[in-house]
Design a protein around this ligand. Structure first.
Ligand SMILES: Nc1ncnc2c1ncn2[C@@H]1O[C@H](COP(=O)(O)OP(=O)(O)O)[C@@H](O)[C@H]1O
Ligand SMILES: [Mg+2]
Length: 229
């Protein structure tokens, strides 16, 4: 069964002269464990789609099912739980909390969810992401690549079924960008979570397992799962 389904999804911002169809009849189905890469020009609707999947924003029309939940129908309490447990979100600017260490940043979502740290899984994540030596460091003491790896660990600590990443390499140099994408691929294989990643970087798109292309709020291309990463 699909983990993400979008049916005739439209998102309108503004009205009258300022009306913008950020999403225009989007249809998409993603199976569990897929790694979907989304490309498209700036303004094509990539972030809007990602935010709707993450229940950060709501569609104007259409149906969006994520992890078995109808995201548009969630009340605020359920939406907050959904955002903590079902999805993890990674942004271009890492948004780590400067006064917390790497370990504290990574574990924060568990604390907010009233759960204790699963030390074995925490250790696995930190090791996968190469942060063993940096656990007591503060974000300002980390390189950009390390900060993004910490942000990814934080997004994954609650074992979300789906990891949403909005231009996660947009603020990194080529070497760190490739490394982050490799780590996402490895964690996709290791932990089996579904990954939905937006990128501007053509070389990342070229190596994508499944590439979805957007233009003016529409999906104009989708390679499906035919390609091998
Ligand atoms: N909160 C908002 N209010 C008004 N317009 C918005 C808002 N968010 C996005 N848009 C518009 O929707 C379109 C799609 O934006 P976005 O999803 O951010 O594109 P992308 O991430 O592909 O660059 C753009 O025209 C953008 O200006
Ligand atoms: Mg964007």
């Amino acid at each position: 069964m699909a983990v993400i389904t979008c049916e005739n999804v439209t998102k309108i911002y503004g009205s009258g002269e300022n009306r913008i169809a950020a999403l225009d009849d989007v249809n998409l189905s993603v199976e569990p464990g897929e790694f979907v890469t989304v490309m498209g020009a700036s303004g094509s609707g990539k972030s809007t789609l990602l935010h709707i999947l993450g229940s950060v924003d709501r569609p104007t029309a259409g149906t969006v099912m994520v992890g078995g939940e109808d995201v548009a129908a969630l009340n605020p309490t359920r939406a907050a739980v959904f955002r903590r447990r079902t999805v993890g979100i990674v942004y271009q600017f890492f948004n780590l909390i400067p006064t917390l260490t790497v370990r504290e940043n990574i574990l924060l979502p568990l604390l907010l969810d009233g759960r204790k740290a699963d030390e074995a899984y925490y250790g696995e994540l930190v090791s996968l992401l190469g942060l063993e030596d940096r656990q007591s460091a503060f974000p300002s003491e980390l390189s950009g690549g390390q900060q993004q790896r910490a942000a990814i660990a934080r997004a994954m600590i609650c074992r979300p079924a789906i990891l949403l990443a909005d231009e996660p390499t947009g603020n990194l140099d080529r070497k760190n960008s490739q490394e982050i994408v490799e780590l996402l691929k490895r964690s996709n294989r290791t932990f089996g979570q579904t990954i939905f990643m937006v990128t501007h970087d053509g070389s990342i798109g070229a190596g994508a397992q499944r590439l979805v292309t957007m233009e003016d709020g529409r999906i104009i291309g989708d390679t499906g799962r035919s390609r091998e990463a």
